[in-house]
Ligand binder design. Structure first.
Ligand code: AHR
Length: 620
C-alpha cells in the first residue's frame, strides 16, 4: 500500500537531475557516435603496448595497398612534409609502373553502405615527380569486389590540396572498403582520407550517427558530462585531454591515443560536444583535468610551477563557450560556425581523483582562478571514488557548487544504499552522482541490476534537496570492442540495443516530477524468515593482494566460485591472488543467499605488493 501525504512539505527535484556521461571508451566516439567511416584516416595510429591494451596498431592500420592491372605501389607512412604540425603522418605511395594502383581502407570492421544514400568523400593530396593523369578515383567496393559507387576527384598539385566529392551508394552492404586509385606514375601523398554519410544527425558535416543520437534523445537527458572519465586526465600527463587539440578544422586537430586501448581522432571534439548539448537541450558539463595523473600513472602531477597553462586552458574553455566573437577563443567558436555563445554554466574540475596531498594542493588553484574570472560559472568538484568519497571534505572547504562521486557496485549495494543521502548534511555542497552502475554477476546487464539502480534513484529523488545530478556509466559499448561492461547502450554498425538499464534511465528521465511528495509504503513479508543476498567485495589500486580465506557464517567459501569483477587474478592452494597489473582490480562474491537472521562475514587477506591499500566491503 502506498500512501501519499500531501500535507507534508515537498522536496523540489533539480531540473537537471538526469543526464548523460559520455566518455570515449568502448569505441564510443571514433567507430561510434562520430559518423566517420574511415578508420585511421590520418595515418596517426601507433602501437600502444605500454598500456597492456591495444597492441597491434601501426600507421597503416586498416589500410592495404592495391596493385591492379600490372601496377605496383610502394606504400609507407612518412612525416617529412606534413599537412600541418598537428597532423604529421601521411601516406606516401611511390608508383613506378603504369597501371591502376592505390590504397584501400576497411573502416571499422568494414564500411556499411545503404543503396541510394549519399556519402561525402574528402582527402588531401600532393603529387611529386608525376607523369600522367593526376585524377584520383575514389570507389566503394563490397567484399566480393563489386563496385558500389565511385567519384573522380580532379586536382592534385605539388602542394597539399583538399579534394572533395560525393558518392551515391549503388548497393547496400556491411563490408565495403574505400579504395583510392590513380593511373599516373610518381609519388602520391595522401592524408585525412574521409568518408561520411550525409545522413548524420541534423545533416551535419563532420556529424554524429543519427540512430545513436536518437537513443540519447529518447532518454530526455538534461546535461552531458564529457569527455571523461579517465581519458580526461589520460594515461600519464602527456596523454591528458587538452580541449584545444579538439577544436578548429578537423585536419588540424591533434589526435591522441586513448588509454582504453585505441586511438582518438578528436573529430568529435569540444565544438561538437557543445553542439550536441545545444541540439538535445542539455547543459554541457566539461571535465577539465587538474594536472593530476590517472590509471597506471596516478602518482604523476604537473609541477606547481608548470600548472599555469593548464589553469589557462580552463579559463580559455569558458571563453570558447561563452566569450564574444571578438575574444580570442570566442572567435574560434564563431569561425567554426557558432557565433552565439553556448551558455556554459558548469565546469567540472577533475575526475575521480585519489586523495593525495598533490591533488589537494592543485584543486583550489583552479577553483580560485575560475571563480575570480567567472563568478557565475558553477564549479563541480570531485569527491573521489565512492562509496567512501575521500575528498568530499576538501570540496566542502572549497565551497564548490556540487561534488562528483562514483560507484560501480553490486546490485545488493544499490538496494542497501537507498538511504545513502538521508544523513548527508544539507549545508554541504550538492551531490553529483557522475558515474554509477550496478555490476551484477559477470558484469552483465540484468533486470536485477536495472531494478537496483531504480531503487537507488528513488532514494535520490527523496533526497533531491542534496542530490542535484545523476548519470549512468559508461554510456556506449561497441559490439566486439568493449573494454568495460555493463554499458547502457550497445551498438554495432547498424544496430542499437537499449539495455534494461537504459529503460530505467528513460523511465526516470522522461517522468521526472517537479517535487517529491512525502509517502510511505507498507509491504507484507511472505514467510517468517526472509532470505538475504550477501556480498563481499575486495578492491585495490595498483596493489597485489592475497586473500587467504573468506567465511560466511563460519562456512568457508571456495575461491574458485568467486565472481571476479576485473583484474588479473589466480587461485592457488585455496588462496585468491590478485595481481597489481590492473588499475582497479576487484572481486566479489555476490548473491550468496543466506536464510540466517544474522550474517557474519570474515576475510583474511594481506597486501603482497603495490603502492596502495585495499578495501573489503560486506553487504547483505
Ligand atoms: O566509466 C568508466 C571509468 O570508470 C571512468 O573512465 C572512470 O572515471 C571510472 O573509473
Amino acid at each position: 500500500e502506498i500512501r501519499i501525504d500531501c500535507a507534508k512539505p515537498t522536496v523540489a527535484l533539480s531540473p537537471h537531475l538526469y543526464g548523460l556521461f559520455f566518455e570515449d571508451i568502448n569505441y564510443a566516439a571514433d567507430g561510434g557516435l562520430y559518423a566517420e567511416l574511415v578508420q585511421n584516416r590520418s595515418f596517426e595510429y601507433h602501437s600502444l603496448e605500454e598500456t597492456h591494451r591495444g597492441s597491434g596498431f601501426h600507421p597503416l592500420f586498416a589500410w592495404k595497398s592495391i596493385g591492379g592491372e600490372g601496377g605496383h605501389a610502394d606504400a609507407k607512412v612518412v612525416n617529412t612534409s606534413p599537412l600541418n604540425q598537428n597532423n604529421r603522418n601521411y601516406l606516401q605511395l611511390k608508383i613506378d609502373q603504369s597501371g591502376v594502383v592505390g590504397i584501400s581502407n576497411s573502416g571499422f570492421d568494414g564500411i556499411h553502405l545503404d543503396k541510394g544514400q549519399r556519402y561525402n568523400v574528402s582527402l588531401y593530396a600532393r603529387i611529386d615527380d608525376w607523369n600522367g593523369d593526376s585524377a584520383l578515383t575514389v570507389k566503394l567496393q563490397s567484399d566480393d569486389v563489386s563496385d558500389c559507387g565511385s567519384v573522380v576527384l580532379k586536382g592534385g598539385g605539388q602542394t597539399w590540396q583538399k579534394l572533395e566529392g560525393v558518392i551515391v551508394a549503388s548497393a547496400t552492404t556491411d563490408n565495403a572498403r574505400l579504395v583510392v586509385t590513380t593511373k599516373g606514375q610518381g609519388t602520391l601523398n595522401l592524408d585525412m582520407v574521409s568518408l561520411f554519410p550525409q545522413d548524420t544527425f541534423n545533416g551535419r558535416k563532420n556529424g554524429l550517427r543519427k540512430d545513436l543520437v536518437q537513443a540519447l534523445k529518447e532518454l530526455n537527458p538534461k546535461f552531458l558530462r564529457f569527455p571523461g572519465g579517465c581519458i580526461a586526465h589520460g594515461h600519464g600527463l602527456d596523454n591528458m585531454y587538452r580541449w584545444k587539440d579538439s577544436v578548429g578544422d578537423v585536419a588540424e586537430r591533434k589526435p591522441n591515443w586513448n588509454l582504453w586501448g585505441y586511438h582518438q581522432t578528436y573529430g568529435l571534439g569540444y565544438f561538437e560536444y557543445f553542439q550536441l548539448c545545444e541540439d538535445l537541450e542539455m547543459a554541457p558539463l566539461p571535465v577539465v583535468p587538474i594536472g593530476v595523473g590517472c590509471g597506471f600513472r596516478c602518482n604523476e602531477f604537473v609541477p606547481i610551477e608548470e600548472l599555469g597553462p593548464h589553469i589557462q586552458d580552463a579559463l580559455d574553455l569558458i571563453e570558447f563557450a561563452n566569450g564574444s566573437v571578438t575574444s580570442k577563443w570566442g572567435k574560434v567558436r564563431a569561425e567554426m560556425g557558432h557565433p552565439k555563445p553556448f551558455n556554459l554554466e558548469f565546469v567540472c574540475l577533475g575526475n575521480e581523483e585519489h586523495d593525495t596531498p598533490d591533488m589537494r594542493q592543485r584543486f583550489p588553484l583552479f577553483s580560485k582562478v575560475i571563480r575570480e574570472a567567472y563568478p557565475d560559472v558553477k564549479i563541480i568538484g570531485t569527491s573521489g571514488l565512492g562509496p567512501e568519497i575521500p575528498i568530499y571534505d576538501l570540496m566542502t572547504r572549497d565551497n564548490v557548487y556540487s561534488s562528483d562521486e562514483h560507484y560501480y557496485m553490486p546490485p545488493s549495494w544499490f538496494l542497501g544504499n537507498q538511504d545513502r543521502f538521508d544523513e548527508f548534511s544539507r549545508n554541504k555542497p550538492l551531490i553529483f552522482v557522475g558515474e554509477y552502475a550496478a555490476h551484477d554477476t559477470d558484469r552483465k546487464n540484468t533486470l536485477f541490476s536495472a531494478l537496483s539502480e531504480a531503487a537507488f534513484l528513488n532514494g535520490v529523488e527523496r533526497n533531491a534537496a542534496i542530490v542535484d545530478m545523476t548519470c549512468y556509466a559508461p554510456l556506449f559499448g561497441r559490439e566486439g570492442h568493449s573494454q568495460w561492461n555493463p554499458d547502457m547502450i550497445y551498438f554495432d554498425k547498424r544496430n542499437v540495443v537499449r539495455t534494461t538499464n537504459y529503460y530505467v534511465q528513460q523511465i526516470y528521465g522522461q517522468n521526472k516530477g517537479d517535487v517529491y511528495l512525502s509517502n510511505s509504503v507498507e509491504t507484507k513479508a511472505v514467510g517468517d524468515r526472509p532470505t538475504v543476498s550477501g556480498c563481499v567485495g575486495i578492491g585495490s589500486w595498483n596493489t597485489a593482494i592475497d586473500v587467504e580465506k573468506v567465511t560466511v557464517n563460519g562456512r568457508q567459501l571456495d575461491p574458485a566460485n568467486w565472481n571476479v569483477i576485473s583484474g588479473d587474478y589466480s587461485v592457488k592452494d585455496g588462496h585468491y591472488l590478485q595481481s597489481e597489473e590492473q588499475a582497479a582490480p576487484a572481486m566479489s562474491i555476490s548473491q550468496e543467499t543466506f536464510s540466517d537472521e544474522t550474517v557474519t562475514f570474515a576475510v583474511r587477506a594481506r597486501k603482497t605488493s603495490g603502492s596502495e591499500g585495499f578495501l573489503i566491503r560486506f553487504g547483505a
